[in-house]
Ligand binder design. Structure first.
Ligand code: FPP
Length: 248
């Protein structure tokens, strides 16, 4: 699909991260079970992945399952895991054809074995693809990610492999799940809530945040393009003044 004229192809965000919220409410409004909302949410995933690839986004991170989501009723958790497995199995051919590399962040050891196997197989088979990195946050929490990084760094210090004075932002970055990825430039949350919900807490420090009332199953190509347009209308100063930014 061609890029809409309203989008400047020269300033596409490198990394877009999305909190896909609102599936349950979307389903409830239609008198349907929550899983119906998640199923329709998969259609949005497909459309947004395709659109991100067309626009030239390098990394798309989707918050598919948080550390807190394990507390949901077992049938919903099982339903979500099933949808994830089917999605990965169905999309593999398309990922290979469209040069999409699948990666994930989070504690995937907690995922059911069959889902983990499909996930690992998809990651292996798409590892050399270069167009778009589709990064799924699965059993992910920003605080747990930081605890993991602090433990790893502490062990290196205790073993004598690292000086405390060598701990800086770059070193911490390198111990996060996202070590190989650029920080998100744009963070989108659908579903009308305005909070980060433990998502990319360290990495989103300078991300432009875009909240929309649109429920995730209704968040399709046009809605994604509208978020990109809004991103392009913002001035990113990274702590500098406007005048400094303008003078380069
Ligand atoms: C939040 O909506 C959404 C989730 C917890 C799961 C997102 C999962 C999908 C979109 C489908 C599977 C994903 C992939 C990548 C194939 P909610 O249930 O919290 O909605 P609510 O706030 O309206 O209850």
């Amino acid at each position: 699909m061609p890029i809409p004229d309203s989008i400047d192809p020269e300033s596409i965000p490198r990394h877009v991260a999305i909190i896909m919220d609102g599936n349950g409410r979307w389903a409830k409004r239609q008198g349907k079970p929550r899983l119906f909302g998640h199923k329709n949410g998969v259609n949005s995933v497909q459309e947004v992945v395709e659109c991100a690839g067309d626009l030239g986004v390098e990394v798309l991170t989707l918050y598919a399952f948080s550390t807190e989501n394990w507390k949901r009723p077992a049938d919903e958790v099982g339903g979500l895991m099933g949808l994830l497995k089917i999605y990965l199995q169905k999309e593999l051919t398309k990922m290979v054809k469209n040069s999409i590399r699948l990666t994930c962040i989070g504690n995937i050891a907690k995922l059911p074995k069959d889902v983990r196997e499909v996930l690992e197989n998809t990651m292996r088979q798409t590892a050399t693809n270069t167009k778009l990195t589709l990064n799924l946050a699965l059993s992910y929490g920003g605080r747990a990610e930081m605890v993991r990084a602090i433990r790893q760094i502490s062990e290196e210090v205790c073993n004598g492999d690292l000086e405390v004075s060598a701990i800086d932002e770059t070193l911490i970055d390198s111990h996060l799940y996202t070590a190989e990825l650029p920080d998100p430039d744009l963070l989108i949350r659908t579903g009308g809530e305005a909070r980060l919900s433990n998502f990319l807490l360290w990495q989103a420090s300078y991300a432009e945040i875009y909240f929309t009332d649109t429920m995730w199953p209704d968040f399709r190509r046009d809605a994604f393009c509208a978020a990109i347009e809004e991103f392009q209308s913002r001035e990113r100063r990274f702590g500098k003044t406007s005048a400094q930014v303008e003078s380069g």
